[in-house]
Design a protein around this ligand. Structure first.
Ligand code: 9G3
Length: 567
């Protein structure tokens, strides 16, 4: 491809709305353009990268026994009603109505469609296992589309669904996908971690996330240096070790705290750090009002709370209901004398002389001691993990880091097949529900995540396997006959060897061409200049190194092939 013919509109200025490196570079380097909030066109360079990522994903899905198909983006409402999910996903679903007033969703995911498809056409255990996948646009009306391709409203996903006759079959399918995902992210040259994740929301009982390490990522994970445990902070089990708190319990007192509603207010007012306060949050659990109590500096984990309570529905109580039931508003609640069930986080048991609301507006208690001043229903694990928490496996302090979720695999079990009555006949001739798994990779997000990991101040540095072009040839002066003919000869020779080459034939200053080559991130640059040509040489530079190599013209093709094979 000649640069002069390439549609690659680079920008000098970074649009101010781009907050992350990948968003900035994708715009600046002419890879994407915004069509609307969270909706982007992929320009030719981006499309080439996406194709390469998709090819790697396809190869590994096929190798693991997957078969590619393509399902509709437009999905009938009736299928989503069978699983009850038409109502669960309110505004996040793009909905449309046809001329006959029939309702549809733009597919946010395809569990419903594929379960119905397999149910209709698969009848026997002999037809299983079945691993079906597609690579396709998905639609989710995010409240805050952000970070360019990282959280778009239209994005490309690979989604695979496994169908087995029983749990043992599912375990095997899951393992195949788990291994395939490792191969994929290794081939993509990403630095990533696999973490245990929660499958709560979608249903099912085992789940792993593949997280690309990046400070800008939205996923927070904890891991043990030993390598024996890694989980996202929502899933991670918080173990509490009772180390014995020998602080002497003081006499509980009620204090006047006018207008103090938040832990921050109280920290300032009492001079006591957050860790000596507890907060009391109220929820409706299947209609019953309950209180969750945890240390002032902790985050409640609603998924854990839901599991602990064993309830189907959990939502936050409103101020009016709480006031009526408890006699005080949100900012003045506490576990002492509270007339609803109290569930305290594990570590609350070890706190002494803590501060909490007095269940009376504008009053708090100080020197409250669990066990003496209140006894909860139970002490339970209901908070998010943080750095320094103890590894549930070996007891060492956990490390925390951030990342971008690029893959997620779930064991679904029979949640969808039961809801949709999707059964097959087993060995005994009995109809049993299909046992399912689902496995996603965010293709467009993976492109962005790769840039977050592979860039410098001059632009993108693509890993060889997903670079839009492997090599760029830059004649220093395109008007000089000898430079251009050497460049063209190399261009042809490399193409004959199957190398993807960009020839910068533009009549621009060398500096401009180097800047663009760096910005768009081509891994190898060959510079054809006057000095080197006198000695029958060209310059070879790797995008990720500073040194320039001088290579004899008749050895360049081999040298380039060598670099490509290494990468
Ligand atoms: C929806 C909407 C948003 C959603 C979903 C449904 C997330 C939804 C979870 C998944 C799970 C797996 C297949 C590939 C692997 C991941 N957001 N999820 O189900 F209607 Cl609006 O998508 N799906």
């Amino acid at each position: 491809m000649k640069f002069s013919e390439l549609f690659c509109p680079t920008l000098r200025e970074v649009p101010s709305e781009a907050e992350t490196v990948s968003h900035q570079l994708l715009l600046r380097a002419g890879y994407i353009r915004k069509a609307g909030a969270g909706i982007y066109s992929y320009l030719p360079l981006a499309q080439r990268v996406l194709r390469k990522i998709e090819t790697i994903v396809r190869e590994e899905m096929d190798r693991a026994g997957g078969q590619e198909l393509l399902m509709p983006i437009i999905q009938p409402r009736e299928l989503w009603e069978q699983t009850g999910r038409w109502d669960v996903y309110g505004d996040e679903m793009f909905r449309l109505v046809d001329r006959h007033q029939r309702h549809f969703a733009l597919g946010p995911t395809h569990e419903e469609i594929i379960t119905s498809l397999v149910d209709n056409d698969v009848h026997s255990y002999r037809d299983l296992p079945l691993l079906l996948y597609q690579i396709q646009n998905k639609y989710r009306d995010e409240i805050r589309p952000r970070f360019g391709l990282m959280r778009g409203r239209e994005f490309i996903m690979k989604d695979l669904y496994s169908f087995d006759i029983d749990e043992e079959g599912l375990d095997i399918s899951y393992r195949k996908m788990y291994d395939a995902y490792h191969r994929i992210f290794q081939r993509l040259k990403l630095q990533y971690r696999v973490v245990e994740a929660d499958s709560g929301a979608i249903g099912g009982n085992e789940s792993h996330e593949f997280v690309v390490l990046a400070d800008t990522g939205e996923s927070e994970i904890v891991y043990c240096e030993n390598g024996d445990y890694a989980a996202n902070v929502e899933k991670a089990a918080c173990v509490y070790k009772d180390e014995g708190n020998d602080e002497a319990p003081l006499e509980m007192q009620k204090i006047h705290t006018p207008g103090m509603r938040t832990i921050k207010d109280l920290v300032e007012f009492t001079g006591q750090p957050e860790q000596r306060h507890v907060k009391t949050l109220t929820y409706y659990a299947d209609g019953e009002l309950v209180a969750a109590v945890l240390r002032g500096d902790r985050e409640l984990n609603e998924i854990k709370l839901k599991q602990v309570l064993g309830c189907r529905e959990l939502y936050m109580a409103d101020d009016a209901a709480v006031r009526e039931a408890c006699g005080a508003g949100f900012g003045s609640l506490g576990p002492v004398g509270l007339n609803i069930k109290v569930y305290a986080d594990l570590e609350v048991a070890g706190m002494r002389n803590l501060t909490c609301g007095a269940n009376e507006d504008d009053y708090h208690f100080i020197n409250v001691n669990p066990g003496r001043d209140f006894v909860p229903e139970d002490y339970v694990d209901i908070r998010n993990a943080v750095e320094g928490d103890l590894c549930p496996v070996c007891g060492k302090p956990l490390q925390a880091t951030r990342g971008i979720e690029v893959g997620h695999i779930f064991k679904l079990g029979t949640k969808y097949s039961e809801a949709m009555n999707a059964t097959v006949l087993d060995q005994k001739g009995q109809a049993v529900p299909l046992v399912m798994g689902c496995y996603g990779i965010g293709i467009s997000r993976t492109m962005a995540a790769s840039i977050e990991q592979n860039h410098d101040e001059n632009g993108i540095i693509w890993p060889m396997p997903i670079a839009p072009f492997q090599v760029i040839i830059v004649p220093v002066n395109a008007k000089k006959e000898d430079q251009m003919s050497t460049a063209l000869a190399l261009y042809n020779q490399l193409q004959e060897q199957g190398v993807e080459v960009l020839l910068d034939d533009r009549d621009e200053r060398a500096g401009v061409k180097f800047k663009d080559a760096d910005l768009i991130g081509i891994p190898v640059r060959i510079t054809v200049g006057p000095k080197a040509l006198q000695e029958n040489q060209v310059e070879v530079k790797k995008r990720w190194e500073n040194e320039i190599q001088h290579v004899a013209i008749d050895q360049v093709v081999d040298a380039i092939l060598e670099i490509i094979h290494q990468g």
